[in-house]
Write a protein that binds this ligand. Structure first.
Ligand SMILES: C[S@@+](CC[C@H](N)C(=O)[O-])C[C@H]1O[C@@H](n2cnc3c(N)ncnc32)[C@H](O)[C@@H]1O
Length: 188
């Protein structure tokens, strides 16, 4: 077994990545498994796409920026994953995939991709949005409601390091506080 968070820190980083605490929730709430076909956008450094591909049958990850695609492709190659394709494409434009089990979105204006996401998902398929700001959450949830997605819910994960010491056990005053909000919904 590898120490996954430490292992990930060795991967190359371009834009902000999704951290283990939020990746864990995405995997758990979407129920992604070895039969799952996933689509992800934007690829960024590929941390979420790689995490999905470690479990899923196949992942296609899209980004619009060549410099990030290059970083992600290097990371994918270093991971030796053959079930993850990284491609250049704007997912607010037409998406060619269909019968997708899980669609993850971590990109600006993610709500603009939701019409395409719905068309690509199979019945019962999940969308997960990772959104740094509450205003983005509102726009995303409003768009999900308009498109008649079901089981919509939003969470924020607060992770606190706990100091275990002779003089007292308490949360650390340092740490990563805000990362992003997670919105989940189902096509049904
Ligand atoms: C914060 S990064 C994603 C990080 C990634 N989830 C990870 O864990 O490494 C956001 C990415 O979305 C990409 N992006 C922005 N608009 C997009 C679009 N319309 N279609 C696809 N990717 C897009 C950006 O180029 C950027 O690389």
């Amino acid at each position: 077994m590898i120490n996954l968070p430490k292992h990930f820190k060795r991967l190359k980083r371009g834009p902000q990545v999704i951290l283990p605490k939020d990746i864990g929730s995405i995997l758990a709430y979407t129920g992604v498994n070895k039969e799952s076909v996933c689509v992800d956008a934007g690829t960024g450094s590929g941390w979420l796409a790689i995490s999905l591909a470690r479990i899923a049958k196949h992942v296609t990850s899209y980004d619009i920026r060549d410099e990030f695609l290059e970083i992600a492709r290097k990371n994918v190659q270093n991971e030796g994953l053959s079930n993850l394709d990284v491609k250049k494409h704007d997912v607010t434009k037409k998406i060619s995939e269909s019968d997708v089990d899980v669609f993850t979105l971590d990109m600006p204006n993610a709500e603009k991709a939701l019409k395409n996401v719905k068309a690509a998902l199979k019945e019962g398929g999940f969308v997960a949005g990772y959104l740094p700001h509450m205003e983005q959450v509102k726009a995303f949830v409003t768009a999900l409601e308009k498109l008649k997605f079901t089981n919509i819910f939003t969470i924020e994960n607060i992770e606190r390091d706990i100091l275990v010491r002779e003089q007292g056990v308490r949360p650390s005053t340092k740490g990563v506080w805000h990362t992003g909000y997670l919105v989940f919904a189902q096509k049904q």
